[in-house]
Design a binder for this molecule. Structure first.
Ligand code: GCU
Length: 434
């Protein structure tokens, strides 16, 4: 399937469904989309190092005990919604397969079921894991959700089809089996062999098997089966929060695997899943490093900088992604009491890599870089370096630091050259970590 057709399928059904269920008056009128730097209006960002009572944050303790919880609360109440619980008591992991000679003998492949309620017939997600055979002992690992499920990340014929829903096939309100022809269709974004050769494990699960991506998709995922997820009002967790929660459950499992170095668990996410990756790492400090690829508005890009996609676009097209309160800032981004540089600062001092692509202007590459720059003072306060330069680099360009930044030529996607940067970034930060 062509990339354009796939991307139309990805957004069109959701947009149609939203138009059908939302009253026309529910959203303020849309401003014209800005794609020209000369038209960007001035904006003011909240200072991550000034508390709500106006006092400055001068030391790590005040950050940790006072300011960080304030920002976390704002992200919960106004953006992603509150995460009501961690790992459910009844949840368990079942190793469905361990194949020692996968990928031509390079990898041990595991398939592990995350049984959210502990029941075989309850909601579940299958985690696919590759561990390099040539490394003895524990390995660092990159965990990432995928759009179309495990079977689309690899040509291997014996990876089962997803349970519920596959993004590239559009909306399905019932359980269905996707076309076998999609097997391996996203493998260009999953260069497992490259990661394995560099001594990294990779773990993945399909986001549609966590929670399908449309309003009401929570009825098919784990949220419908666990009482704590059922309420929440204006700060009810959105779908991005639901995906973020599942990343933490994957980390729960990875922490039990004797071959995985639990201090070197990195997560990656592309686009909407890059939004989820940032939010997961902000909440879960076991995540040692995060890579947010072209995550755009509602992710790494500054929401108050009006360029490309806006909060208004998100609220209209994807009302289920964030908590109901988020819609208050539709075409009203100035009023948002928090922004993406503060989301990033919640991850400090852990390394974070923000990545962009030049032609992906919808995601506002410059706004993604400027968020990294605006998060820098928090990283510096906590004693590390922040972002290595305040100059937005040309593509291909890499800015090192605890907040790294990478931009390449080309479109919205995940390519081998992106993975090369991920691995180099993770290697450089994990090297010093014992
Ligand atoms: C749409 C959406 C973005 C999102 C992207 C994706 O383009 O507007 O916010 O990041 O889909 O997830 O691919």
């Amino acid at each position: 399937m062509s990339v354009m057709l796939k991307s139309a399928l990805r957004t069109l059904p959701v947009a149609l469904l939203c138009a059908a269920i939302l009253p026309a008056t529910a959203q303020p009128p849309k401003r014209a989309t800005i794609m020209d730097e000369a038209q960007v209006a001035p904006y003011t960002l909240p200072d991550p190092l000034v508390c709500e009572d106006g006092s400055p944050v001068l030391d790590a303790q005040t950050w940790r005990e006072k300011r960080r919880p304030e920002i976390l609360r704002l992200c919960e109440n106004e953006w992603f919604g509150k995460t009501p619980i961690g790992k459910p008591k009844a949840m368990r992991f079942v190793v469905r397969e361990e194949k020692k000679d996968a990928r031509g003998g390079k990898a041990t492949r595991l398939r592990v079921a995350l049984l959210y309620t502990g029941k075989e017939d309850g909601p579940q997600t299958e985690l696919l894991i590759y561990l390099p055979n040539h490394v003895k002992g524990k390995v660092p690992i990159i965990l990432a959700l995928s759009f179309d499920g495990n079977f689309a990340t690899t040509e291997e014929a014996d990876i089962p089809l997803p349970h519920h829903w596959v993004n590239g096939l559009g909306i399905q309100l019932k359980e269905h089996l996707p076309a076998e022809s999609m097997r391996g269709s996203n493998s260009h974004s999953w260069p497992y062999d490259y990661a394995l050769e560099h001594g990294f494990g990779v773990a993945t699960a399909g986001y549609g098997d966590v929670e399908p991506d449309y309003p009401g998709g929570d009825k098919l995922g784990y949220r419908s089966a666990i009482k704590a997820f059922q309420n929440g009002g204006g700060s009810r967790m959105g779908t991005v929060g639901a995906w973020a929660w599942s990343l933490s459950r994957c980390v729960d499992y990875l922490g039990t695997n004797p071959r995985v170095d639990a201090k070197k668990i990195a997560i990656q996410g592309h686009s909407r899943l890059g939004k989820a990756a940032l939010w997961a790492a902000a909440q879960d400090e076991r995540i040692a490093l995060v890579i947010s690829n072209e995550s755009g508005a509602g992710g790494a890009a500054l929401n108050k900088r009006i360029f490309g996609e806006t909060v208004g676009d998100l609220a209209r097209r994807f009302p289920h992604w964030f908590c109901p309160n988020f819609a208050k800032y539709s075409e009203n981004e100035d009023a948002m009491p928090v922004d993406s540089h503060e989301l990033i600062s919640l991850i400090a001092p852990r390394p974070v890599l923000i990545t962009s692509a030049v032609e992906d202007r919808w995601s506002d590459p410059k706004g993604e870089f400027l968020a990294a720059v605006a998060a820098d003072p928090v990283y510096r306060l906590l004693g590390g370096d922040g972002v290595g330069s305040t100059q937005w680099p040309g593509a291909p360009g890499f800015v090192p630091g605890k907040i790294g930044y990478w931009i390449r030529q080309g479109k919205h996607d995940v390519l081998l050259e992106d993975w090369k940067t991920y691995i180099a970034f993770a290697e450089s930060h994990f090297r010093s970590k014992r």
